[in-house]
Design a protein around this ligand. Structure first.
Ligand code: BGC
Length: 372
């Protein structure tokens, strides 16, 4: 079968490989599932891996099959799989509990403290940019056919769901927390999905990006589900509180780390800031009003939390938000799927889109590996 791979740490090494179709015999507990891949999304992580910034090949291989945003159809199940059958749509989680930390041992590998982690398509396990993959049923989430069309967006949504779940867990400290307003920093595909998830929870949501409003499709989408959009070129985030008030929750997904210090200053008393950007660079910032920020956090009981990866429960939360969003705003999620590339052999097109965001204005580029 065909797959799209990189040589980890080698810049622009993306290429097509030919591999054996996986087999269920490797799953000794009979819980194996063979999945035919239908769609695979591409994101900044794939671009950074192809830029040689990170990525680790599985043991015994000099290449890593890319792809972690996935959607597929069950082709075959092992004898001990009762929860899935051939023909079911599924999305697989990304990280596996193969580390030695206590979190891996209790099935919360998304909180692993191990430096070496195991993520399909990213670190030490082949990903989903292939015609088939095999996986234990334990890591597959069943997708209702009604949301099949947009289910390739579930993995990025799962990251947000985990962030929101952590926020609500942390806020249990308050006994009563009735958040009403939220700011979402960054309006790319992750930002849009975050705004959606917050709107599904009834928040008044304000999205912020750098792009000017006029003609910006992402801003049209925000407004279509009742959120606002402001370009920070016209309204600085710290000034936005004069317009909208302080926020009960701020979700950062810009990839521009200096903005977190502005975000800290926009939080309401008892509010929470969630950080979700993986910023691998060397950026530094100064002129941070540290006394002010420190005092705000201390006197106002504010909180900040970082979040990465997602576990099964967060994918399941995402399925519910997708179903609700399709019911409330039919077709809205589908508008995020802006760039379809048919066939894994056309991988160069996907990476051209990832490498040239301004040229394509893509919200989500994805492979259609097989029609369904
Ligand atoms: C993936 C996560 C992963 C993270 C770090 C993200 O793109 O969605 O599942 O944990 O990268 O590798």
């Amino acid at each position: 079968m065909k797959a799209v791979a990189v040589i980890p740490k080698k810049e622009k090494s993306v290429h097509l490989v030919e591999m054996d179709k996986p087999e269920l015999g490797d799953f000794k507990d009979g819980r194996g599932v063979l999945v035919e891949v239908l769609r695979v999304g591409a994101c900044g992580t794939d671009r950074e891996i192809n830029n040689g910034e990170y990525g680790v090949a599985p043991r015994g291989f000099d290449f890593l099959v890319l792809g972690h945003e996935n959607f597929g159809r069950v082709a075959e199940v092992g004898p001990n799989v009762k929860d899935l059958k051939a023909g079911d749509f599924v999305v697989a989680t990304v990280r596996r509990p193969r580390g030695s930390s206590i979190y891996d041992k209790i099935g919360t590998q998304d909180f692993t403290t191990d430096e070496k982690y195991y993520e399909r398509g990213i670190s030490r396990i082949h990903g989903y940019m292939a015609e088939y993959y095999a996986e234990s049923a334990d890591f597959l989430v069943k997708i209702p056919p009604a949301i099949a069309e947009i289910a390739v967006l579930l993995e990025p949504l799962s990251i947000i769901e985990k962030g929101l779940k952590q926020a609500s867990d942390i806020q249990e400290r308050l006994k009563i927390w009735q958040p009403k307003t939220a700011a979402v920093l960054g309006t790319g595909n992750v930002g849009l999905l975050t705004v959606m998830a917050l709107r599904m929870r009834g928040y008044e949501v304000h999205g912020f990006g750098r792009t000017p409003r006029a003609g910006y499709l992402n801003a049209d989408l925000l407004e279509a589900i009742g959120a606002t959009y402001d370009s920070t070129a016209e309204l600085a985030l710290t000034d936005s509180v004069a317009k909208y008030g302080q926020y009960d929750l701020v979700f950062e997904c810009t990839g521009f780390s200096p903005i977190i210090f502005d975000a800290m200053q926009t939080l309401n008393e008892n509010g929470i800031l969630i950080l979700a950007s993986v910023t691998g660079g060397e950026r530094r910032t100064d002129a941070v009003p540290s006394d002010k920020i420190n005092q705000m956090f201390v006197l106002g009981n504010r909180a900040m939390v970082g979040t990465v990866n997602a576990n099964r429960e967060h994918f399941e939360m995402g399925v519910k938000d997708f179903a609700l969003c399709e019911a409330m705003y039919p077709g809205w999620l589908g508008r995020m799927l802006t760039h379809k590339v048919s066939g894994l052999e056309n991988y160069a097109e996907i990476f051209d889109i990832l490498d040239n965001p301004a040229k394509y204005n893509a919200i989500k580029a994805y492979f259609e590996v097989r029609g369904f």
